[in-house]
Design a protein around this ligand. Structure first.
Ligand code: AMP
Length: 117
């Protein structure tokens, strides 16, 4: 059984965070150390440590993360200009918190990734 992280406490609203969307399956909240004008983390409410632990039964949940990402992007008025979605996985991927999370970054042109940078 994987150890809970601070993200489970955010889901249960046991610690303060700036939640921008929540339903029975996922929670979206502002990153505490934003790397872009808009930087939101979208996570499953249940603990899945990383992409490596995603099971076949989680596929609808993972799809829902993307639907919510697009909805939050519209809510933040960054959808039409575009944005970036990132999952870091494990040590080499730079994952710090072992609770699966999608980074939603936008609100300005993003550098350092993409083929035209
Ligand atoms: P990663 O490096 O992909 O694991 O990203 C973890 C992210 O979680 C980082 O961008 C952190 O700034 C962010 N983070 C860590 N603790 C909190 C917190 N309590 N509230 C919001 N974001 C957090």
């Amino acid at each position: 059984m994987a150890e809970e992280t601070i993200f489970s406490k955010i889901v249960r609203r046991e610690i303060p965070s700036d939640i921008v969307y929540q339903d029975d399956r996922v929670t979206a909240f502002r990153d505490i150390n934003p790397r872009a004008r808009v930087h939101i983390l979208i996570i499953p409410n249940k603990l899945i440590p990383s992409v490596n632990e995603i099971q076949e039964e989680d596929e609808a949940l993972i799809g829902h993360l993307f639907t919510v990402a697009a909805q939050v992007a519209r809510q933040e008025n960054i959808a039409s200009d575009g944005y970036r979605l990132i999952f870091n996985c494990g040590r080499n991927g730079g994952q710090e918190v072992p609770h699966l999370h999608m980074h939603l970054l936008g609100g300005e042109p993003l550098k350092g990734f993409g083929f035209n940078c």
